[in-house]
Design a binder for this molecule. Structure first.
Ligand code: DGJ
Length: 729
């Protein structure tokens, strides 16, 4: 790790263990992207190619080759000759939105400066990172942009963000304030995105870059089920093991855009940040605006290399708290087992049955509060429903604890039902446009988290609930997207700030509640994986990955999610068959194998299973307990993609390569099927590994080059597991 500044050449060389990011200062002070990729040695070479081009305006009258239209730029601005997608747009008092930002100064500091009230990658000691802060200025507008670049000692990642400051005498309005912008010299990449819908989140899509813009975005107020705040640009030859892949992930839970634009000269601009759609920010004199953080990873080892870098960085330097490092308790969630139809006695009975099989935590899901028998009422009235919980939360928690199982609770703190005491008392606490009727989603409204009074109320209510009983876990749900995003307390010129202020409000509430309850395990959720992003993982180390709990559907969802997020963050449960979302019947062993891939649990009434199935559950629980610390810290290798194939396979490998778990799931049975061998990855080639299931000892190279023979049980949706231990030491 290093950041070098060559004063003579006006060039910054940012270095991670295996990558270089090189910036230059050119002409009038443009900050240029000279290179991003595998690590380089530099001598005296010219890294910038410029030409005088027709229809490309030049600001430096002495040198027509320097055009904002063709320079690779680290800050794209509006109206001054850069016609590609900008990363900042600023309206000034005279109505103009033309800006031209030029280099003013820079500093290089040890460590990584923190963000104010926003989630971000952190360091545990100053020697883990170095940060370059380049200040650009538009003197006429009275505006500065500080661009932050952090490089890491242990990760091939670069964290980027921007701070925009009003240094002048006029008020400014930010219409666009993106976290990062850079230009790559070619368009020979595929655009990779994680897209889908409720119950089929984060499916992988890979398409060749084409001239013009391609983007993913959310305007739903959350990062969303539909798109994910991540894109990758992958070399045409890139696969899981090799080829260059650039990944960009935004640590943010609200409206975002991630965009690649292929220019007329086949260069590619990448920008990422808060979606300008629905965003504006009033920048008073001396005020500043801090963007969320984007994390860039460049890997020469294909998607696998990129993912392992993201996975470990997020697991160890974005997630926090007591549960960051180890395996998580095995839990049983009541939702699919009883939906709204339960009482305390039901919950205790399920808990008792679960405890007998070794399950450690019983989560009572939606329906325990107010007068909630269905989803039409009571969000916001966070007091136990006397009809269901006559002995309150404490009574229930104590009874469960007496059965030998911990107690966890579902909450949806950002919402209010129109039919609730909270809404009747504070009808102005929901986001709304005065005079407009508004719309409901799942019969509910969104609380106005831009308001400090609303946030204070929720923080004290939730902290009160958590203090009222022995609650070991919280599932924090969020079941609708934002519409009518106006706040009663913001002035007219600031209404464009509502979406981002809402997200900042969510972070404020999450920070205050999670830090006041350090012993509680928090799990994020938004109708499944509708807010699966790095922002939430800063506060909660795991997220319910999808409301689709079918093992085969989960192959796709978990495969896509693993491109960025660590297995420890992916909450995955064994549910009943026929599956409630797709009616598919899969073997219990397969459901277990797929759920072992994440933070493991059950989503069914285990006491209703036949005895032999209960025995299998007990074995699964014990297996997970024995292996969870290994699984949580292992490197993850995708061996077969479920997209476009009949199988999916993956592998957990200990960091010291001493142990591995390999799993293979076939979708449909194939009559008289061809021989298949599974090629492993990442092993020490000259080490020997014992395969527990066969007793055979193989060299690592044979496992990776010849592969394990696949021999699945007969039938659809079956799974095979191999457990490898290094034996040559
Ligand atoms: C959506 C979640 O994803 C489900 O698991 C469940 O908690 C329901 N909400 C409850 O309303």
């Amino acid at each position: 790790m290093n950041i070098l500044y060559d004063e003579k050449r006006k060039l910054f060389h940012l270095q991670t263990p295996n990558t270089s990011y090189i910036l230059g200062i050119h002409g009038l002070g443009w900050l240029t992207t000279l290179y991003y990729g595998p690590k380089l040695h530099l001598k005296e070479e010219n890294l910038l190619v410029v030409r005088d081009r027709a229809f490309s305006p030049y600001a430096d009258l002495g040198d027509k080759t320097y055009s904002p239209d063709t320079l690779p730029l680290e800050l794209g601005s509006v109206g001054g000759g850069d016609f590609r997608v900008p990363s900042v747009e600023l309206t000034q008092a005279d109505g103009s939105s033309v800006t031209e930002f030029f280099y003013k100064c820079h500093k290089i500091v040890q460590g990584k400066p923190a963000l104010d009230g926003q989630p971000a990658v952190y360091t545990q000691s100053e020697d883990e990172a170095m940060t370059l802060i380049v200040t650009l200025e538009d003197a006429q507008a009275g505006a500065r942009a500080e661009l932050y670049y952090t490089v890491f000692r242990d990760f091939d990642a670069i964290c980027r963000r921007a701070v925009f400051i009003n240094t002048g005498k006029q008020e400014l309005k930010l219409e666009r304030a993106l976290s990062c912008c850079f230009d790559l010299p070619t368009d020979q990449y595929d655009f990779v995105q994680l897209s889908g819908a409720w119950a089929r989140e984060r499916h992988v899509h890979r398409t060749p870059l084409r001239p013009g813009s391609q983007l993913v975005e959310s305007v739903r107020g959350t990062s969303s089920h539909q798109q994910s705040p991540f894109i990758a640009l992958a070399a045409k030859n890139a696969d899981e093991k090799q080829g260059r892949v650039y990944g960009a992930a935004l640590i943010y839970s609200g409206n975002f855009v991630a965009q690649a634009e292929v220019s007329q000269f086949s260069t590619t601009r990448v920008v990422m940040g808060i979606n300008p759609n629905g965003f504006s920010w009033q920048l008073d004199k001396n005020a500043s605006f801090e963007t969320p953080e984007a994390v860039l990873v460049c890997s020469a080892q294909g998607f696998g290399g990129m993912s392992r870098c993201f996975n470990k960085l997020i697991r160890t330097r974005l997630c926090r708290g007591k549960y960051r490092d180890g395996g998580r308790p095995v839990l049983l969630n009541s939702w699919e087992g009883c939906y709204f139809n339960f009482t305390a006695d039901t919950i205790v009975r399920i808990g008792r049955d679960a405890a007998k099989l070794g399950i450690e935590l019983l989560v009572m899901d939606d329906g325990w509060f107010g007068k909630r028998d269905d989803d039409h009422t009571s969000l916001g009235d966070w007091t136990p429903y006397p009809k269901k919980l006559p002995r309150g939360l404490k009574g229930l928690a104590d009874e469960l604890n007496a059965e030998g199982i911990a107690f966890g609770l579902w909450l949806e703190p950002e919402m209010v039902s129109p039919d609730s005491d909270l809404n009747r008392a504070h009808p102005d606490w929901a986001l709304q446009v005065p005079g407009r009727v508004g719309v409901e989603g799942r019969n509910q409204l969104v609380l106005d988290y831009t308001r400090a009074d609303v946030r204070d109320y929720i923080v004290s209510t939730v902290n009160g609930i958590l203090a009222s009983a022995n609650i070991a876990y919280v599932k924090w749900d969020m079941n609708r997207h934002l519409t009518h995003a106006c706040s009663a307390l913001l002035s007219a010129v600031r209404q464009g700030e509502t979406f981002h202020r809402f997200v900042l409000g969510v972070y404020d509430v999450m920070e205050r509640i999670t830090s006041a309850n350090p012993e509680v395990l928090f799990e994020g959720c938004s109708g499944g994986g509708g807010r699966f992003d790095g922002g939430i993982l800063y506060y909660m180390p795991q997220i319910w990955c999808s409301d689709d709990s079918d093992a085969i559907e989960r192959l796709y969802i978990q495969h896509g999610t693993s491109l960025v997020y660590p297995q420890s963050a992916i909450s995955a449960h064994v549910s009943a068959v026929p599956n409630h979302q797709v009616q598919r019947v899969t073997p219990l062993a397969t459901r277990g194998a797929v759920a072992f891939t994440g933070a493991f649990g059950y989503e069914l009434n285990v006491g209703l299973l036949p005895q032999e199935k209960q025995k299998t559950v007990a074995e699964q629980v014990q297996w997970y307990k024995d292996n969870r610390d290994f699984l949580a810290s292992a490197d993850y290798y995708r061996l077969r993609s479920p997209f476009g194939s009949n199988a999916s396979a993956w592998m957990f490998l200990a960091e010291d390569k001493s142990r591995a778990l390999v799993q293979f799931v076939r979708k449909l049975n194939v009559p008289n099927e061809p021989l298949d061998r599974l090629l492993l990855d990442g092993l020490a080639p000259d080490a020997q590994y014992r395969v527990a299931e066969s007793g055979e000892v193989w060299y690592g190279d044979a496992l990776m080059e010849l592969g394990l023979p696949v021999c699945l049980p007969d039938g659809d949706f079956t799974a095979q597991t191999w457990t490898l231990t290094r034996v040559d030491e």
